[in-house]
Design a protein around this ligand. Structure first.
Ligand code: ZN
Length: 364
């Protein structure tokens, strides 16, 4: 599809967000049959088992439950398929973090079933997306598979997000804040989007709203989350991080900010930093590589500072990077297909120069 001159927009069937929204899950799953297949993990089971048992019983559901033991690998998906057995209904429901949601999507992909995602944290853009990130046993991402159809339903209980550690929301903000600039870069050049083809203007509008929501309410939302409070600012930022961020990247395209994660997952120290922190720093490098005015870069560095997002490699766990390390980071980045979604082509030398430029600005 990507070769045809078409423009595409794809999205989840329904999005439901609010404090206590989890209590609606039973009712919302009823149309899919009374034996939904649920994927969760041990922390979610400990946190929510009793409440979910009540929610499911009240709706007359007898779910088939399976735990994702760790990393989302193809062999873990085989085990989930075994656990699902023959008597579960078609729908696959993931309740938890990004890996659990992607595990439910991976099972659904194998059996051709509809998907429901119920994020328990807002740390990334997986819930509303049709992408399935697969890893090997060493926690290195090996492929991104795609669902033929987006999740039927995304259900976000903002009280769960508020009560989760604030660092998760900060990572979600880091992943989301780049989407406007990545969509703009993709549209300005000749790039294509994950759902195929060139971006429609709709995607740019959503990615722009995502950025403006974070810039206006991000700091207050983090404070609300740190205090376990659901506020209007938290609601706004959760919508930006889960819905707008997902719609923005899939329909608007990714660019250099995400491309840099290819190198960062293999870099000294930085490999252990969360995806959202990689992307937030990568955004600064993208803007430098685009040759944006210094004032624009400085304003974003200031916003990153207020949001507690990294502005230097040291803050990602890679202090005093050598020239060779920066060079290797740039080379690995060039392997990412998103690098082609820039306003003008960039090479490894330009990326390395942009990294050094951000390192210098961040020190000031
Ligand atoms: Zn991302």
């Amino acid at each position: 599809m990507t070769d045809a001159p078409v423009r595409v927009f794809a999205a989840p069937g329904r999005y439901v967000q609010g404090p206590g929204a989890l209590d609606l899950l039973g009712e919302l799953l009823r149309p899919y049959g009374d034996r939904p297949f649920i994927v969760w993990d041990a922390p979610v089971r400990r946190l929510l088992a009793a409440r979910l048992a009540r929610v499911f019983a009240a709706a007359g559901l007898r779910p088939v439950l399976a735990e994702l033991p760790g990393e989302i690998t193809y062999s873990a998906v085989e085990e989930l398929l075994d656990a699902r057995g023959a008597d579960a209904d078609q729908v696959c429901v993931g309740i938890g973090g990004g890996k659990v949601l992607d595990a439910a999507k991976a099972v659904a992909l194998r059996v051709g079933a509809p998907v429901v995602t119920v994020p328990s944290i807002a740390s990334n853009d997986s819930p509303a997306s049709g992408a399935v990130a697969m890893y090997d046993d060493d926690h290195v991402m090996i492929s991104v598979d795609r669902l033929p159809r987006h999740p039927d339903l995304v259900l976000v209980d903002t009280r769960l997000v508020a009560e989760a550690p604030v660092e998760f929301l900060r990572c979600g903000i880091g992943d989301a804040i780049a989407k406007k600039f990545e969509a703009d870069a993709c549209a300005a050049g000749t790039g294509s989007t994950p759902v195929g083809g060139r971006p429609l203007r709709t995607a740019g509008a959503i990615a722009d709203a995502c950025y403006r929501t974070i810039a206006a309410h991000g700091v207050a939302a983090l404070a609300a989350c740190a205090g376990d409070q659901v506020t209007e600012e938290l609601e706004a930022v959760v919508e930006a991080v889960v819905l707008m961020s997902g719609l923005g990247f899939e329909n608007g395209g990714l660019s250099l900010a995400h491309g840099l994660t290819r190198g960062l997952v293999r870099a000294r120290g930085a490999s252990r930093a969360a995806h959202g922190r990689h992307v937030a720093w990568g955004l600064l490098v993208q803007l430098a590589a685009e040759g944006r005015p210094a004032g624009e870069l400085a304003a974003l560095i200031e916003l990153h500072g207020r949001l507690g997002l990294p502005t230097s490699l040291a803050e990602l766990g890679m202090p005093d990077p050598t020239g060779a390390e920066i060079g290797a980071l740039a080379e690995l980045t060039m392997a990412a297909p998103h690098v082609r979604n820039m306003p003008a082509p960039v090479d490894a030398a330009q990326i390395a120069t942009a990294i050094r430029q951000v390192e210098e600005l961040a020190v000031r």
